[in-house]
Design a protein around this ligand. Structure first.
Ligand SMILES: Nc1ncnc2c1ncn2[C@@H]1O[C@H](COP(=O)(O)OP(=O)(O)OP(=O)(O)O)[C@@H](O)[C@H]1O
Ligand SMILES: Nc1nc2c(ncn2[C@@H]2O[C@H](COP(=O)(O)O)[C@@H](O)[C@H]2O)c(=O)[nH]1
Length: 406
């Protein structure tokens, strides 16, 4: 965990004279990691935006990195603190409670991998979400096995707990499919460009078309505080496994190849040629799915009721645990806040409240159990309030029902 630092453009310019032309009216922070200075932000009419540039001190050169993930919306101010030498915690002032904690990943495993793939300087934004959240669920299996049927049942029974990751595809829509609901139907050239720009968590050529999960598709679901479900093929599942997104992966098998063919034909959505292609691919998918240790669970979808019951068991929905329900705690930071770091705890001193009055509020952001991160959200944030009059820092105590605004 790095030291919290108060940002001073003047001080920084004295230390790093190589053209560090930071806003004199603030709105920017600079965080140094080794030879690199990460400068975030810039203000325009009082609104701070979150552009990123990097000063490489060894080369005496500025670089504009590729920025992955959704950037935070502009706000009136923020503070930044380095965590674990690989990410910068950004605390936005006067922002909605579910939009004030962000991470700019600058040297995490995901960013390191992307730097290699994209052969460019890369940083990645990841919004912090409170509470443990639940790992996204990857559901894979050959075409026609019943993945969509199972997912639809789950979403119908638990509409507030699960959200579907809407993939992009270059295949044509089927009769009842809606753009933006079942898929984002797109053109190959557009999708390829977005892939090159690092917007996809995974993508694959499946049955002659391009399919992929955008980082945004997963973020949108996480932001709605639901557990994300991805319906993707085996190649996609392998890419996700290799990424830093932690998931539960489930492979669905048919009871027999004949039954698979029957279901695929019975659905009546593909031409004979497409059915033949999907069946040919199913042989390889079944072999890979069953044998490679790629999946955490394998379910046989023979009887639909039994298979659905087993799926619910895997997802702890068989009555033994509560439904996925996010914490309702929230936080809103005034412009005058400051931060300091102790062990893995970030102390947020509120300074002034939203009416400009002095405030003694002190919040603790415990970063010891962070999970996930880019691509996607950073889960496991624990925020609580402490009363500075009654508590000493070595005796931090959680206050019930924090006074943090909801
Ligand atoms: N257990 C089952 N028994 C009999 N029919 C089933 C069963 N599960 C699903 N089906 C039927 O099989 C057909 C294919 O199911 P579904 O569309 O859900 O497959 P899928 O795996 O999502 O396929 P794709 O990967 O092509 O999207 C549908 O007509 C569905 O009603
Ligand atoms: N790798 C990915 N595979 C995906 C994605 N979205 C869907 N799929 C898989 O494609 C086949 C065919 O789907 P269909 O809707 O044309 O029948 C199926 O196995 C899906 O699981 C994706 O984003 N990435």
């Amino acid at each position: 965990m790095g030291e919290a630092h108060e940002f001073s453009p003047e001080g920084l310019e004295a230390n790093f004279p190589v053209g560090l032309d930071l806003d004199s009216d603030g709105g920017q922070t600079a965080t140094t990691i080794g030879e690199k200075v990460y400068v975030i932000g810039g203000s325009d009419d009082g609104a701070v935006s979150f552009g990123v540039r990097i000063l490489d001190k060894s080369k005496g050169k500025w670089e504009i990195p590729m920025v992955l993930g959704m950037e935070p919306a502009p706000c009136r101010g923020y503070s930044a603190v380095l965590l674990n030498n690989d990410k910068i915690l950004v605390l936005k002032s006067d922002s909605a409670s579910d939009d004030c904690i962000w991470f700019l990943e600058v040297d995490t495993p995901f960013v390191k991998t992307q730097k290699k793939i994209l052969e460019s300087e890369v940083v990645a934004w990841s919004k912090g979400v409170k509470g443990d959240g639940s790992k996204p669920v990857v559901i894979s299996g050959p075409s026609g096995v019943g993945k969509g049927t199972l997912i639809n049942r789950l979403m119908d029974e638990y509409p507030s707990s699960f959200g579907f990751s809407v993939s992009h595809t270059t295949r044509a829509p089927r009769q009842k499919e809606k753009d933006g609901v079942h898929y984002h139907f797109t053109e190959r050239s557009i999708m390829k460009k977005d892939i090159e720009d690092g917007k996809f968590l995974e993508f694959a050529n499946v049955h002659g078309n391009l399919y992929g999960t955008s980082i945004e598709a997963v973020e949108v679901v996480t932001d709605s505080r639901k557990r994300c479900i991805l319906d993707i093929d085996v190649q996609g599942a392998r890419s996700v496994k290799a990424s830093s997104l932690e998931v539960i992966s489930i492979f669905i098998c048919p009871p027999s190849f004949e039954e698979l063919e029957k279901r695929l034909r019975g659905r009546g959505t593909e031409t004979e040629e497409q059915i033949q292609k999907r069946l040919r691919n199913a042989l390889a998918e079944l072999e890979q799915g069953k044998s490679s240790g790629l999946f955490d669970h394998i379910l046989v979808n023979d009887n639909l009721e039994t298979c659905y019951a087993n799926l619910k068991k895997i997802l702890d929905l068989d009555g033994s645990t509560k439904a996925v329900c996010p914490s309702s705690e929230s936080i809103k930071l005034p412009a005058g806040h400051s931060v300091s770091v102790m062990d893995q705890k970030v102390l947020i001193h509120c300074g002034k409240d939203e009416h400009g009055k002095a405030s003694n509020s002190l919040f603790v952001l415990d970063t010891s159990s962070l999970k996930g991160g880019a691509p996607g959200r950073t889960r496991g944030l624990n925020v609580y309030a402490i009363d500075p009059f009654t508590e000493r820092l070595n005796g931090l105590k959680q206050v019930e029902g924090p006074t943090i605004e909801s």
